[in-house]
Ligand binder design. Structure first.
Ligand code: ARG
Length: 580
């Protein structure tokens, strides 16, 4: 149970006693962290809200309420401030005891039997195209949420819904057959950047040359029919693209299972029949459409979700409907997250509504929860959508290497006492941590501005600041040169205000993760860790560790701090280093 829950329990108990039989519910009660030290450790402003229900002044309510508060070991002092704010101080002994009992889960443990299944659909680039910064955001945020749910003992299925099917493949295959047969027969190895330019050339031929257009269209048909030579060409194109994505995943330490759109091909016809049988489908100009209340286009006309085109072909929405069904019926998902930019919000709203109407979300006695987890754009220094000088969206791999390069330069400038090899390793970790942290520390809904200079700063809410705090704790432990068994056995003592503050903050870790499992905002964890590093620095400033009688108790507190900091950073997908 979290600290704020425990406090809420006590207050709720008192509230009922003070005002029964008034019809009150527990959710009228809210306990939050105090915004300033002089307002205690926690505060409760619910007397304001209760004033209407109870028809009394908030101050009177607060007085009567607190008089009914039972003796307990947790709350040391309460105070009514202003019109009826309640400030709460906790017993140091209680905080110390809770901290002593706190266990820090290890997040890579495999889920226990019966752990609820959550599907996280993230990254999901498109074959024969470069992964762009939008996919980078999806990858970083999706991986972080996956790590957090794993830590919370969910059975996480990480799915890469790669765009690996569609009419565009006809063009590319036709072009490669004509112009690059060595690539298709395996005589010549190539990479994604070549594919991208051939794709462009193919598109040009398609638009300008009606013969080519016809051949390309026949290729689509052949591919759909499962013609071996077309399928082979398709597989080669996919393999080349995936090599490129894999390079990025390896660099960023991302695990994800490829399950592209093509996986659902065999399920599409049945899905469309099922939706039709359920009376959801309307024919509109020959296309099979689902009209949903509340969805309209810019002109206010009803906007349908098209699940089969008039030529019988399927599209993005058909695949997503089949995927929801499969993930629930076959994968037994109890929750599904989709990470894409906010531009796809309407698409997912329509997919989710259709799934609900089709009854897909009811399985056994649960209702499956679907969440679109949208995020904003990545902006360049000019405040416009992030592009490189050439106007092309920058290849991601270059972006990541540039961050590592910048990190290397900055570390050299700082003249640290590191060997060449250590410096290289540190720059690598710092560069990648910085990219991830810059993304995660912003509320994902907002656009964020990409800046190497800002993301690599050592001060403020940055990756380097957290890494440095971790290094500092470790060097403190090293310097003390005491066997860890010894200080870990020392009873914790939270004597100074800075120690109590740090202890209180450490206790909140799991609470923050629980909150993220509800609102899916990783920036909460960044903020938590930033505050943790600050509180540790305050402790380090105010409390001497080495050579004092509290030494071992303080080393013990440092150790817990280091463990939470490391676990938290790992949940963000960051790596820690021991020296910096
Ligand atoms: N490939 C898509 C894109 O790049 C993202 C796919 C997201 N997932 C899904 N199930 N639709 O925009």
């Amino acid at each position: 149970m979290s600290l704020s829950q425990a406090i809420t329990d006590l207050l709720w108990d008192a509230l009922q006693r003070a005002f029964s039989p008034a019809p009150l519910t527990r959710d009228c009660l809210e306990v939050t962290l105090s915004t300033q030290v002089q307002f205690g450790h926690y505060q409760c402003n619910s007397a304001m809200r209760l004033a209407k229900v109870l028809n009394q002044s908030p101050r009177n309510i607060a007085e009567r309420w607190l008089n009914a508060l039972a003796e307990n070991a947790l709350i040391a002092k309460v105070e009514i401030a202003g019109p009826g704010f309640i400030n709460i101080w906790l017993h140091t002994d209680a905080v110390t005891a809770l901290l002593t009992m706190m266990t820090i889960g290890d997040h890579f443990g495999s889920p226990t039997a019966n752990a609820p299944r959550i599907v996280i659909d993230f990254s999901s680039p498109n074959i024969a195209k470069q992964m762009h910064v939008g996919h980078l955001r999806s990858t970083i945020i999706g991986d972080c949420l996956a790590r957090i749910f794993e830590h919370l003992n969910f059975d996480v299925l990480r799915l890469n819904h790669i765009g690996d099917w569609g009419t565009a493949f006809g063009m590319l295959i036709a072009y490669l057959k004509q112009h690059q047969p060595e690539v298709l027969n395996g005589q010549q190895h190539t990479d994604l950047s070549h594919l991208v330019s051939w794709y462009r050339a193919a598109k040009k031929c398609f638009d300008e040359d009606s013969d080519f257009k016809q051949i390309a269209q026949q290729e689509v048909v052949a591919l759909q029919r499962g013609d071996p030579s077309s399928l082979h060409a398709w597989a080669i194109i996919c393999a080349i693209s995936k090599e490129n994505y894999q390079e990025i995943y390896t660099l960023l330490d991302i695990r994800v299972t490829d399950r592209g759109e093509s996986f659902y091909n065999p399920l599409l016809a049945d899905t469309v029949s099922d939706l039709t049988a359920k009376g959801l489908v309307t024919l509109s100009d020959g296309a099979k459409c689902i009209f949903l209340d509340g969805f309209s286009n810019r002109d206010g006309e009803p906007l349908p979700l098209m699940i089969q085109k008039s030529d019988g072909g399927y599209n993005y929405a058909s695949t997503d409907m089949a995927a929801v069904k499969h993930r629930i019926e076959v994968e037994h998902a109890t929750r599904i997250l989709y990470l894409t930019d906010v531009g796809q919000a309407q698409h997912f709203a329509m997919i989710f509504k259709t799934a609900e109407l089709a009854g897909y979300l009811q399985r056994d006695d649960i209702t499956v929860r679907l969440d679109h987890v949208p995020f904003g754009l990545v902006l360049g220094p000019d405040g416009k959508k992030f592009k490189t000088r050439s106007g092309e969206t920058e290849a991601l791999i270059d972006l990541i290497h540039a961050a590592i390069h910048e990190a290397d330069r900055l570390l050299q400038e700082r003249g640290l006492d590191l060997s060449a090899e250590e410096l290289h390793h540190t720059a690598h970790v710092l560069g990648i941590n910085a990219i991830k942290y810059a993304d995660l520390s912003n509320n994902r809904i907002h656009d964020y501005t990409f800046s190497y200079e800002r993301m690599l700063r050592f001060d403020g809410n940055t990756a380097a600041f957290l890494m440095y705090a971790y290094v500092r704790i470790n060097s403190l432990k090293r310097r003390a040169n005491i066997d860890s068994g010894l200080y870990l056995a020392a009873p914790l003592q939270l004597l100074q205000p800075a120690e109590l503050e740090l202890g209180l903050h450490l206790l909140r870790f799991e609470e923050v993760l629980q909150q993220i499992s509800r609102d899916l905002l990783p920036n909460r964890l960044c903020e938590y860790l930033f505050n943790l590093a600050e509180k540790f620095n305050a402790f380090f400033r105010d409390c001497r560790v080495e050579g004092v009688s509290e030494q071992n108790a303080r080393l013990h507190l440092c150790d817990i701090t280091a463990r939470i900091l490391k676990t938290g950073m790992e949940l963000l997908g960051l790596k820690v280093i021991d020296k910096m």
